[in-house]
Design a protein around this ligand. Sequence first.
Ligand SMILES: Cc1cc2nc3c(=O)[nH]c(=O)nc-3n(C[C@H](O)[C@H](O)[C@H](O)COP(=O)(O)OP(=O)(O)OC[C@H]3O[C@@H](n4cnc5c(N)ncnc54)[C@H](O)[C@@H]3O)c2cc1C
Length: 308
Amino acid sequence: MMALNGEKLLARLPKPRGRIEANAPLADLTWFRVGGPAEVLFTPADEADLAEMLKGTPEDIPVYVIGVGSNLLVRDGGVPGMVIRLGKGFGEVTVEPGHRIRTGTAVPDVRVARFALDHSIGGLTFLRGIPGTIGGALRMNGGAYGRETKDVLLEARAVDRRGSLHVLSNTDMQYTYRHCGAPEDFIFTQALLQGEAGDKEDIARAMNDVTERREATQPIKSRTGGSTFKNPPGHKSWQLIDQAGLRGFSIGPAKVSELHCNFLINEGGATAAQIEELGETIRQRVKKTSGIELDWEIKRIGIPAEGA
Ligand SMILES: Cc1cc2nc3c(=O)[nH]c(=O)nc-3n(C[C@H](O)[C@H](O)[C@H](O)COP(=O)(O)OP(=O)(O)OC[C@H]3O[C@@H](n4cnc5c(N)ncnc54)[C@H](O)[C@@H]3O)c2cc1C
């Protein structure tokens, strides 16, 4: 089993302007509140700091970027290499002519939705219900209620593993359902979103609708990772899980939500291993009852705990 050694790794990395920490706990940076530490956690000061760090990071060191961890399961043994979390330096939102919004990728989706409301820009209301960052939305093609990121993205900026800058068009992102085909090492730093002329009252009403629908149908105040599995073509994952008799099914404190079967919940004290085992059990049972294979939507990163 691979042991993490944050101090040793830190010694091999350049000194950034931003914050860098060895053996940094990640659990509290995710919605599930589980998992081990990052061998090194880096919070760049800005895009140039991020690029410099990546340029100077030896190629054998794995790098992984996280947002606010609303679609993420960090395994109990932690994450080898450098985890990057974008902060304030990626937090600016501005309006541009033609109902466009330019936003840093650390900005929560909900803040962009509110900003659009303040500027009477329609078409971005769906972001109100997604509890991640714009970076997460770009990578996951986040969407809700019939709209997704692909419908509103004009342009994204990214830094690659070697520290080079790229500007991507919507086509370059190669979007499909909950998937972005841009190179996996690209860390998105900024997005330009296309809204439309809107009426403030209509937008406010639509946003309230989203909030009410969410509260009624999803366990949004729980420790969860949102939709666990992608919807297979022509099916709803929650229905397949329900039909397999798994509503409320649990492994220790890891439980299938009673409210929404495609949400897994940490009821308190669950390990990442229990949550992942619950997910894998669901996949097996659904395959048995329906013949359909469920695909994880949640990203699972890191290594199991030693001895697990
Ligand atoms: C209660 C709840 C409800 C949800 N409802 C929805 C919904 O309606 N629709 C929906 O689509 N999702 C939903 N989700 C899932 C989740 O909010 C989205 O996938 C969101 O886009 C993830 O953003 P994040 O910042 O939390 O990313 P994380 O979970 O931290 O990371 C997710 C992925 O994005 C990548 N990533 C993050 N930032 C960057 C970046 N700057 N550059 C490159 N890659 C990056 C990570 O590497 C990882 O692969 C829900 C989750 C919860 C907990």
